[in-house]
Design a protein around this ligand. Structure first.
Ligand code: SF4
Ligand code: SF4
Ligand code: FES
Length: 238
C-alpha cells in the first residue's frame, strides 16, 4: 500500500502552520476520508467539519492543494497525482481552528441580499402554481441547487479585496428569488443587491462558476441582476 504525504494547516485566529502526516492511500479515497483518518488514527485534536458525506450539506469545503473544493466528493486520485496533499481552511473566511472557518459573515450576507422568500399568500389561500417550463422557472432551476458550501465565496478575488462585497453565493440566491414569480419583495431585494457591495462589484472573473461543485453559474445570475438593476434604473425605480 502506498502512502500519502499530507500537510494540514493547524492553528487558530492568531495564525498557524502546516503539520505533516502520513496517510495510507486507498482505492476510491476522498479527501474527507484522508482528514478523517488523521483525526481518528493520528491526531484527535484536529478540528474539521462535515455532516452528510454525500455532497448535500455543504459543510466539508476546504482548500485542497490551493483550490477550494468540497472534500467528501473530491477523490484523492483527481487532485494528487504525486502523492502529496496540502489541506487548509477556506480562504476569505475567519479561521476558528484548524480546518474550521467561521461562516457567520457568509450567511449574514445572504440576509443582507434579502435571500429569504417572501410570499403573497396566507395559510388559507390555495398554492400558487409555477409552470415548470416557464422561462423564469428554468432560470431558477439552473441556480437553485446551492448547498451553501462557500467554495465560490472562498474563490472570489473581489471578496478578498472588498470584504463588504456580498459575494457570489448570496447574489446567486438573490437571483433565484428575483426570478421567482411568487416572491413579493423583488423591488426591495433589487435595491439591496444593486449597491456598491452588490452585483456591480463583480468583475466577471468566473472563478466562482469554475469552482462551484454543483455546477451553478453565480456569474450568470449576477449578470442577470445587473440587467435587472439597469432596467429598473432606466425606469426610475432604483
Ligand atoms: S464572477 Fe464575480 S462573484 Fe464570481 S468569482 Fe468572479 S468576481 Fe467573484
Ligand atoms: S453557488 Fe456553488 S460554490 Fe457557491 S455556495 Fe452554492 S453550491 Fe457552493
Ligand atoms: S460532508 Fe456534506 S457536502 Fe461534504
Amino acid at each position: 500500500m502506498s502512502t500519502l504525504q499530507v500537510r494540514v494547516w493547524r492553528g487558530g485566529p492568531q495564525g498557524g502552520d502546516f503539520h505533516p502526516y502520513q496517510v495510507p492511500r486507498r482505492a476510491s479515497q476522498s479527501v474527507l476520508d484522508v482528514v478523517t483518518h488523521i483525526q481518528r488514527m493520528l491526531d484527535p485534536s484536529l478540528a474539521y467539519r462535515f455532516a452528510c458525506r454525500v455532497g448535500m450539506c455543504g459543510s466539508c469545503a476546504m482548500t485542497v492543494n490551493g483550490v477550494a473544493r468540497w472534500t467528501c466528493r473530491t477523490h484523492v486520485d483527481k487532485v494528487c497525482a504525486d502523492g502529496r496533499l496540502e489541506l487548509a481552511p477556506l480562504a476569505n473566511l475567519p479561521v476558528i481552528r484548524d480546518l474550521v472557518t467561521d461562516m457567520s459573515e457568509f450567511f449574514d450576507k445572504w440576509t443582507r441580499a434579502r435571500g429569504r422568500f417572501q410570499g403573497r399568500r396566507g395559510r388559507h389561500d390555495d398554492f400558487e402554481r409555477v409552470a415548470p417550463d416557464s422561462p423564469a422557472r428554468k432560470q431558477v432551476d439552473a441556480a437553485i441547487e446551492c448547498i451553501g458550501c462557500a467554495v465560490c465565496y472562498s474563490s472570489c478575488d473581489v471578496v478578498a479585496w472588498t470584504p463588504g462585497y456580498l459575494g457570489p453565493a448570496a447574489l446567486n440566491r438573490a437571483w433565484t428569488l428575483q426570478r421567482d414569480v411568487r416572491d413579493a419583495a423583488q423591488a426591495e431585494r433589487l435595491r439591496a443587491v444593486a449597491g456598491d457591495a452588490g452585483c456591480h462589484a463583480c468583475h466577471t472573473q468566473l472563478s466562482c462558476t469554475e469552482r462551484c461543485p454543483k455546477r451553478i453559474s453565480p456569474t450568470s445570475g449576477i449578470a442577470g441582476l445587473k440587467r435587472d438593476a439597469l432596467a429598473a434604473a432606466l425606469k426610475g425605480e432604483l
